[in-house]
Design a protein around this ligand. Structure first.
Ligand code: PGA
Length: 249
């Protein structure tokens, strides 16, 4: 198990308007006391980062972005640099989410380059990996995930704060979750890979589980080996559900 604090991060995806910032203020009030033991983060759409981080500064909740470009500035219409996201109050950034890999054709090499940009700007990356259903059915889950870990994590990460999120594509938004044994198997394989890539410092990064985490299954998910927190999509949009997941850790 990692020696650093577990992280429960909410991935709002393309959801949320300024009116929704209030729900996070309520959540922060509820968790102010627990925050030292468990890190709690919200990754809202970039449009809300600045308002959320300003309103909730010093309240223990951290903020993250959902993607970034690797460059710091330039002619990239519509994109955001890691420096801009840090300036808007982000401390973390999700990279290589399967929705980015699928809809924007991001490769492991693209993700590794973005990780480099995130480090330059002082952002802590949450790097996502996970097999799709046909890969799992073919018995290739561990092979696919470890290859993504190798390809998406540049050596520059050694000794730096970062997280890996194991998110089986077939479990995202589907209401289906792997068994505890399946989660344990993949998380142990990721830890072995981190130790191989980064030596002893590979013991530190929390390995989050993501994919249909709900208040009803959080306790079971968190009982799996090497689970150092969660990346929560749909259930993070409801402060009550997200709060219950945090409490389950
Ligand atoms: P979900 O999404 O919790 O809605 O399945 C998780 C994610 O995509 O990060």
């Amino acid at each position: 198990m990692s020696h650093v604090r577990p992280l429960i991060a909410g991935n709002w995806k393309m959801n949320g308007l300024s009116a929704d910032v209030d729900s996070i203020a309520d959540l922060a009030a509820r968790f102010e006391e627990r925050v030292p033991a468990t890190r709690v983060a919200i990754c809202p759409p970039a449009t809300l980062l600045m308002e959320m981080s300003r309103r909730l500064a010093g309240r223990g909740v951290e903020f993250g972005a959902q993607d970034c470009r690797m460059e710091s500035a330039g002619a990239f219409t519509g994109d955001l640099s890691p420096e801009m996201l840090a300036d808007a109050g982000a401390h973390l950034v999700i990279l290589g989410h399967s929705e980015r890999r699928a809809y924007h054709r991001e490769t492991d090499a693209d993700v590794a380059a973005k990780v480099g940009g995130a480090l330059r700007a002082g952002l802590e990356p949450i790097v996502c990996v996970g097999e799709d259903e046909s890969q799992r059915d073919a018995g290739r889950a561990v092979e696919v995930v470890t290859s993504q870990v190798r390809g998406s994590l540049p050596s520059a990460l050694g000794g730096k704060p970062f997280c890996v999120a194991y998110e089986p594509v077939w479990a995202i938004g589907s209401g289906r979750t792997p068994t505890v044994d399946q989660i344990s198997e993949v998380h142990r394989a990721i830890r072995r890979e981190l130790l191989e890539l980064f030596g002893e410092s590979g013991r530190q990064p929390p390995i989050l589980y993501g994919g249909s985490v709900k208040p009803q299954n959080a306790g079971e998910v968190f009982s799996a080996a090497e689970v150092g927190g969660a990346l929560v999509g749909g259930a993070s949009l409801l402060a009550r559900d997200f709060g219950a997941i945090i409490e389950a850790f």
